[in-house]
Design a protein around this ligand. Sequence first.
Ligand code: MN
Length: 153
Amino acid sequence: MDSEILPLFRPVKEDFRWEAVAHQPYKQDGSAPFKDISRQVLFHEDSLACELRYFEMDANGYSTLERHEHTHGVMILRGSGECLVGEDVRTVKQFDLISIPSMVWHQFRATAGEPLGFLCMVNAQRDRPQLPCDADLAGLRSIPAVARFLAKP
Ligand code: MN
């Protein structure tokens, strides 16, 4: 994706939508390892070498369980829910900050009966996310708190 010329000012339109920002619901085909999540790329400029995206899940939605070499800096911007980072499952709420290290499994779940939205800072140039194989999932499920987290509908 090339940088595009963006207006210098892009006012917020309504709750968590902005002018000149495309709202991209992820397509679900049944096998997709995510649920009811959308992405908006807020900043994508070559001069920044990073992107700032806003992801939002509907109540009970979740992001892809994944890991990769690149890292994320995350701020919860809307609602509350739960987040898995490695072997840790934490309740997260508006304005909490979360660091996702390299090659650590991570997932967000909107488990609090409300939408969960977060800002995610990421390198513009980055490796593709890896999905867990059965052995990875078995390892994750051997940790009781992680097993409970992954079993949520
Ligand atoms: Mn990720």
